[in-house]
Design a protein around this ligand. Structure first.
Ligand code: MG
Ligand code: MG
Length: 267
């Protein structure tokens, strides 16, 4: 990876811009979550998120990200076994019992926020409920480690231990990442690792932490569209993400709603 060595330290003013970006991003995720009803298409969720970005006159950094070809949408919308990078489509519809991950980014005054949630569509099985809870909690277990003086490995190891202690697996091929003027900066923050290893955390670092959790096996593959990542065993997967700043006062989540809540499916 070319981006993983480029670390940028943000000033308090820059963190404030990232927080504004994050607030808009959370509102976009909430709009997409509200649209996640049986029969809705993954494009409907993308459009719900985009309408929030449009309202604030901002864009998503996802558009045009280079892979095999430029990424064509503002969000990733990934259903069930789709772990990340699902491309929104009018033909792909949600059904009762599905889970859907929505990942969105916002650029506000040159700074990027990146966050994701996975929400149930109606009633889901007990195992899937647990998958969602464990993945979301793993994000906060990781955030707790984002304190000055800790190392990247402390975050990674805490996420891995929590997920594996709960009987699930963490992805190997995809990582969290630094974020700032670019969506992907250093350091890469894997969801597995060893405590005390890796880069030292310093005030002003901002990291998009994103546990990606699978059932029975961590193996993934990429579909023929060359973007969508799925579990190799076809079992459901979950993904939660926040953009978080390391500060002298402790970790500060930058991607919450104006009232300090996390975007969530209202039931
Ligand atoms: Mg993301
Ligand atoms: Mg990310």
């Amino acid at each position: 990876m070319s981006w993983d060595r480029q670390i940028t330290i943000k000033t308090p003013q820059e963190l404030e811009l990232m927080r504004r970006a994050g607030e808009i991003n959370a509102e976009a995720l909430q709009a997409a979550a509200d649209a996640a009803v049986p029969g809705a298409s993954t494009m409907d969720l993308n459009e719900a998120a985009e309408s929030v970005l449009k309202k604030y006159g901002v864009k998503s950094p996802f558009i045009g990200v280079m892979g095999a070809y430029p990424y064509p949408a503002s969000t990733n919308v990934s259903i069930n076994e789709e772990l990340v990078h699902g491309i929104p489509s009018k033909r792909r519809k949600l059904a009762e019992g599905d889970i859907v991950s929505i990942d969105c980014g916002t650029i506000f005054e040159g700074f990027v926020a990146d966050s994701a949630i996975t929400v149930p569509v109606g009633e889901v099985s007990e195992q899937v409920k647990k998958l969602l809870e464990v993945t979301e909690q793993a994000l906060y277990v990781g955030i707790e480690q984002m304190v000055v003086g800790n190392r990247v490995g402390d975050i990674s190891a805490a996420i891995q231990r929590f997920v594996e202690d709960n009987g699930f697996c963490v992805v190997r091929e995809y990582t969290g990442h630094g974020v700032g003027r670019s969506m992907h900066e250093g350091p890469a923050v894997p969801n597995y690792g060893q405590p005390g290893r890796g880069m030292l955390l310093r005030p002003g670092m901002t990291i998009a932490l994103e546990p990606m959790v699978l059932i029975d096996s961590p193996e993934t593959r990429v579909l023929a569209d060359q973007w969508t990542v799925v579990s190799r065993n076809g079992l459901p997967t979950a993904h939660f993400e926040h953009t978080v700043a390391v500060t002298e006062q402790g970790p500060r989540i930058l991607t919450q709603l104006k009232d300090g809540r996390n975007p969530k499916r209202k039931v």
